[in-house]
Design a protein around this ligand. Sequence first.
Ligand code: ADA
Length: 570
Amino acid sequence: MSYPRYSRRRQMVLDGIWEFCFLPDCGDPETLDPAGIETPDPIPVPSAFDAYPAWAGRRGTALYRRRFPMTPGRAGELEFESAGMWVRVWIDGVPCGEHTPGYVPFTIPVPPADAPVREVTVVVDNRQDWKRAPLYERFFDFYCYGGIFRSVTLYELPELFFRRCEVTPRDAAAGIVSVKLELAPAFTGERPLRFAFDSGAELEQSVRFEAGMAELELTVPSPRLWSPESPQLHTLRVDAGTDDVTVRFGLRELRTEAGRILLNGRPVKLLGVCRHEAHPQFGPALPDAQIVQDLQLIRRLGCNFVRGVHYPQDRRFLELCDELGILVWEESLGWGQNRTHFTDPIFVAAQLEQTRAMIRASYNHPCVILRGFLNEGESDAEEARNCYESLIRLIREEDPGRLVTYASFKRRTDLFLDQVDVIGYNTYPGWYNAVDDENPVEQVLPKMRSDIAFLQGRPELRDKPLIFSEIGGGAIYGWHDVLNGPWTEEFQEELLRTICREVVRNRRIAGVALWQFCDCRTYNCGRALGRPRAFNNKGLFDEYRRPKRAAAAVAAVFSGYWKKRAREEK
Ligand code: ADA
């Protein structure tokens, strides 16, 4: 069941088969008028159109169309959970809105009309274009698909309706929370509201709104803490008479101290993997069955942690992590951006917009403990300062209950690590830049230890928890060789066993996100020459989730760690 939930509004999930056509040579999609263009092909929503054999690898403009019933005279909105890379939406032939950031929800107003059946047309362009969709780049090491790749819902809206309900634990153990509410249209004045936690009794309280916003403090009856061992969830329903909203949240407290991450006051070591929302058949539009399967495999690895790379995560994945007690690092879309980006105000504005939208979308998920951004950006460039500092400020203002981080690969020269709560460091000892004439696996421990010594040796970083936010090496599924060299399953197994043993033994390491959960499709161009099969092959599983030898090795080390901890705690 998905949250937030609205029980008073009329609503309709518009997932299913839509009409479609691909227009490879349509030129600038911003000048396209879809009127009269036929849409003869069926396509499911959600899905990525360029994951289908008919349009695989194609870049250009696509057109989606469907009709939907709506009460005559009522206004409403369409909520797209995500579509990319550049999107414009028409209702009954009239342009009603545009969207670029991708991977985050957006809404399109549906004006009232007399007709009981309405038509939506969506133009989606999947070309990387610096001007049109500034967050996407051709050089990303994962395949960027296009389409309406998450769900679409139609809401008929009452005159006064909820836009937001955010619950922030203030004193988790005592169940004291602050509740931020947004009502639309922006409304100033008193309003009686009814509140109910879980299945408990309703409590009526008059709340003062200023320009649609209100904040108040409430106490959850019989509060239960949320933790990976006991992922207890609460719900809050707020009823304004015209509209209501139910959100699900968790009571937990997060902070850092002396190089450790504390959850509800207890140190927690993060043992996890980086995971792309990716499958060769579905691209980023994973069916429920695949998400559940991924989480089953992740739990069997002994992981308590996932770094969701490199974009805001699917709501269904976060809801399952809430329920299963898996801790999540969520980050906005970014990969290797450089000075050209950081000096472009359009790029910086798009980063901020997407990060804000990500926070709004996943605010109530207790599983999200870390907020990240700009994976491996050029964080040693003075030109990047404004973008990094603005993002850090934005996250601290909008989401004060979470830890701020970013994945850096600038060990010696990074300029902004002193401003985050947790150091995320990406490194590939024993893989990239391994010294030629030595056994690469033997280089792993000295390199990890020197990274730690160096980073924590900086006085301003000494007390910050350090996570290896990426570390690993490649193996081609099923590839074995008498030399057990790079690309064999045996080489990767040895490499990851060595890394994981160090992670669990070394108290100065607060966590790891192994690169990566499963192989994923990447460049389809010359850059793929460093990526056999045009996949990033560093998965513990291949792209169909078949385990490589490394998976069992990681599971053995991680589960050994949990058993040892359980013995020590007895
Ligand atoms: C980087 C990057 C990943 C992936 C990885 C690799 O650290 O953040 O997305 O490209 O390298 O496989 O080299």
